[in-house]
Every structure is written in structure tokens, then in C-alpha cells.
Design a protein around this ligand. Sequence first.
Ligand code: 13P
Length: 256
Amino acid sequence: MALRKLVAGNWKMHGLSSDLVEVRAIAAASHAYPQVDLALCVPAILIERAARAAPGFAIGGQDVHHADKGAHTGGTSALMLLDAGASLTIVGHSERRDAHRESDDEVKAKAEAALSCGLNVILCVGESLEVRGRGGAVDTVGAQLAGSLPASLDGEAELAVAYEPIWAIGTGKIPTTAEIGEMHASIRASLGSRYGADGAQVRILYGGSVKPSNAGEIFAITDVDGALVGGASLKAADFIPIVEAAAAVEGRGFIA
Ligand code: 13P
């Protein structure tokens, strides 16, 4: 059975007070698509203003510290994100796994810390171009999941997994629909082995160069339960057509 779609924006290191107009526009337009869940993950320092600008709209962080407090200069805890008005956070984005050398263990600890506080989590995985080129994408992502998925899904908070091939991020290149379908099926199987029947309820998002022009095709693939959108989430004019594509695909047939 198809899960309700989640379309989340990742603003990365973009966003000033002057961009709150986009948050407001996206939140306002979201009422037109009640069949799709929406969220915007903004820089930590913008969360409170974004949450105030769009009451009731899901605002998220882009990273979280695994500890609840302490001597961690520059860190932001899950409770701090919640306190600022966030309802979710991304963990394990490839830009953090790479530039900040985050290991699977660390990503797992972050995901568990967030979920245990009631913060929904989007946990990212994805392979490099080199790995894809030598045919190791499915195994690599499987190993990332084995190392970074939280041990259990006991609490109220929701876990989603985002498959983001590193070579597709910000490049305009995307895998074929067959490659996305193969990866999402494999992620679904990993979720089943980890969580049993509950694994079927975990949404699997695709991320990497999602645009209004390709969103419909991506959302129609089996086990693509939404998208994590970078560049095209910065402006309502780009993001809303992607949401519209997700809404259009709800209830339609799926391609393999
Ligand atoms: P782009 O949509 O800009 O390729 O970024 C994808 C991404 O990294 C979302 O987390």
C-alpha cells in the first residue's frame, strides 16, 4: 500500500529574515494540498523565526547533536530544536557525513536522540559516483542503513529515510527510474529486516536534483514516498509545483 507522501525542503546554509516570505508562501500554499505532508528544514538559527512565520507548518533542523546537553561548543540538541519550534530534523546528510566526518554510529546516535525527544527524523543515505560506477550502490547503502538506523521505532516520533545519491545532489543528474526503484526496494527490505512489519510504514524519500520537471516521474516509482529537495525548495515558485506533482500522483497507479 502506498504511504502518504512527504515533501521536505532542505535549505542547507541558505536563509535570512528576508527569506521568511518564502516560508510563508510555501506554508500558505500547503493548504491547497492536504493529501501531502510538507516540511522545511532551515538553518538552526532561523527555526524560531520560521516557526513563528508559519504557525502549524512543520519546520525542521538539518542536524542535531546526540547529547542532550553539555560541553559541546556549537552543538544543538534535540530539545533545543524542539524548544525553538522544530518538529523534525535531518540526520546523516552526505554533506555532514563528508565534511564533518560523521560515521554511521554517530548518525544512529543522533537519530535515536532526536526520536527519543519526540522529534521526527529524516535519515539520509546515498552512494558516491565512484561506488555507483563499480556497481556497489545497493550494498553501500545497505551497509549505511545497517550502521545508522535507530535500534527501534518505539516512540511516537516518525522515522523517514532519504536516499540521496551524492552525485545527484545539486548536479541536475538523477538516477534512472529503474535505479531509484531498485534502491528504494532494497531500502524497504532493510527496513523490514530491522523493524519487521513496522518497516513498511517508514517513508522512503528520494533526494538529489528534484525539480518541478522530474518530480512527477520520481513520485510515481514504487516505494518513493516523497522527496528531500535542496535548491528547488528555496523559492515557493519552484517548491510548490513539486508538491503539486506529489499530490497528483496520490491514488494513481505505480510503475515498477
Ligand atoms: P538538490 O535538490 O539541490 O540537489 O539537493 C538535494 C539535497 O541534498 C537535499 O538534502
